[in-house]
Design a protein around this ligand. Structure first.
Ligand code: UD1
Ligand code: CA
Length: 455
């Protein structure tokens, strides 16, 4: 049995290099905040509690943390006096806890569960402190893991405090640390600020723990996994790494991606088997794609956006795109065809229905097997409210029809092309609302003859 676990996520840094009105850790990777990713990673270890340390004016960060789960509790660090000071801001959680403590940085969204589990195993095996290290291609700016002759870590030296020789060390501190020392609060309380930045470095815990006779062990992972995001270009790098992992996972799970590098997923995308996704497809949050679905090229599919939280499902065997746009609340039924330049929002499209070209289907229902002609518009909005359009099973909506909601078209009814439908249509009826056609025999020939004579 693993010891009970407390995770402490540090998120009080200002993140000035993002140049943003939004706190750094709320910037998103794959549609979810970096803080959300880190808390989710922490949760995979089944901690008793997750403490999140935020700055004094970070109500949004605290709210995001709280929303992540019931085990999350936030603490305020009044002044940013360093990473050890940040951990001490969560002292009440530490005091109440008996067991292991894992410290994570909220700006490191790509960590893997396996790596964190390895850190816990090291504690299990007798270490008092575990440090996550990596070989940096360019170690500038990172703390260096200084080892003794036997390869054991004796101290972490921050870049600013390191001498020439220490700076040549490429094994760096990733920022993740795990503790199983009986009096962690006491240990942290002994950390001073006599260093280049005048900060309280959490990393000083390594030297102190060794001095107390504890074993300090290193777990090494790859650099990509511990990428810390300080700027927007690093945010884009993190996004790229995340997407590449997810694409591989999708393909391993039985989806075909013709050009994987052009398909974008979200943190919560669910994909079934034998799904084919053509090039240039963007999938935002809240999307479930069932088995045997085909998403044709250049489609944009988002299940949750802003105030629209409904989510979106594409059921078995459906075909979407090319150039389709699916929005929150779209429920695309089995074997449905949604074609080019069709937008669906908050509407249920029942099994086998077709909308193959150029349509807006917003707020309503399309019955099973119905056919929506090119240019059909659900006129759902009157400038104040949204209204529903109901189309019965097997109905046929002729091209270029405007259905002015609220309106109902009965099962099996026909709507003639070019109609503007403002009243309900009974089942199996024909509704037709357009100017009757006038034909003048021979008119064109006479007209041309007249014009020719004049010139
Ligand atoms: C830190 C490590 C360094 C490591 C690097 C890896 C220390 C002293 N240094 O340096 O060894 O190589 O990460 O990326 O730990 N934070 C607070 N309150 C504070 C200061 C920081 O909450 O007072 C939070 C930040 O929001 C961030 C994390 O702690 O999430 C790390 O702080 P940051 O200033 O980025 O540390 P680095 O200088 O990058
Ligand atoms: Ca950092």
């Amino acid at each position: 049995m693993a010891a009970p676990l407390l995770t402490i996520v540090l998120a009080a840094g200002k993140g000035t290099r993002m140049r943003s009105a939004t706190p750094k850790v709320l910037h998103a990777v794959a549609g979810r905040s970096m803080l959300g990713h880190v808390l989710d990673r922490g949760r995979t270890l089944a901690p008793q509690r997750q403490a999140v340390v935020v700055g004094p004016d970070m109500a949004m960060v605290a709210a995001e943390a709280q929303a992540a789960g019931d085990e999350v509790e936030t603490f305020i660090q009044p002044d940013q006096r360093g990473t050890a000071d940040a951990v001490l801001a969560a002292a009440p959680a530490l005091k109440a806890h008996r067991g292991d403590v894992l410290v994570l940085f909220a700006d490191t969204p790509l960590l893997r569960t396996e790596t964190l589990e390895r850190m816990r195993e090291v504690l299990e095996a007798g270490a008092g402190v575990a440090v996550l290290g990596f070989e940096a291609v360019d170690p500038t700016g990172y703390g260096r893991l200084l080892t003794d002759g036997a390869g054991a870590v004796v101290a972490v030296r921050e870049h600013a405090d390191a001498n020439e020789e220490e700076r040549r060390v490429r094994l760096c501190n990733a920022g993740v640390m795990a503790f199983r020392v009986p009096d962690l609060l006491g240990l942290l309380g002994r950390i001073g600020s006599d260093n280049a930045k005048g900060e309280l470095y959490l990393t000083d815990a390594v030297g102190l723990a060794r001095g107390d006779g504890h074993i300090v062990r290193t777990v090494v992972c790859c650099e990509e996994e511990v990428l810390g995001v300080n700027s927007r270009d690093q945010l884009a790098v993190a996004e790229g790494v995340w997407q590449q992992r997810r694409r591989l996972e999708a393909m391993r799970d039985g989806a075909t991606l013709i050009a994987p590098e052009t398909v974008w997923f979200s943190y919560d995308t669910v994909i079934g088997r034998d799904v084919t996704i053509e090039p240039n497809v963007f999938i935002g949050p809240g999307v479930v794609i069932e088995d045997r679905v085909t998403i044709h090229a250049n489609s944009h599919i988002v299940g949750r956006q802003g105030k629209y939280r409904e989510g979106l499902r594409i059921r078995e065997g459906a075909s979407v795109g090319p150039f389709a746009r699916l929005r929150p609340g779209a429920d695309i039924g089995r074997e449905v065809h949604i074609g080019n330049f069709v937008e669906v929002k908050n509407a249920v499209i029942e099994a086998g229905a077709k909308a193959n070209h150029l349509a807006y289907i917003g707020d309503g229902r399309v019955g099973a097997g119905a056919n929506i002609g090119a240019g059909t518009i659900f006129c759902n909005y009157d400038g104040f409210d949204k209204h529903q359009t109901e189309i019965g099973a097997g109905a046929f909506i002729g091209s270029n029809s405007s259905l002015v909601a609220p309106v109902k078209i009965g099962d099996g009814a026909y709507v003639a092309s070019g109609s503007v439908i403002t009243k309900n249509v009974p089942p199996d009826a024909l509704a037709l609302s357009r100017t009757p056609q006038e034909v003048r025999e021979g008119w064109a020939a006479k007209y041309r003859a007249r014009r020719k004579r004049k010139s």
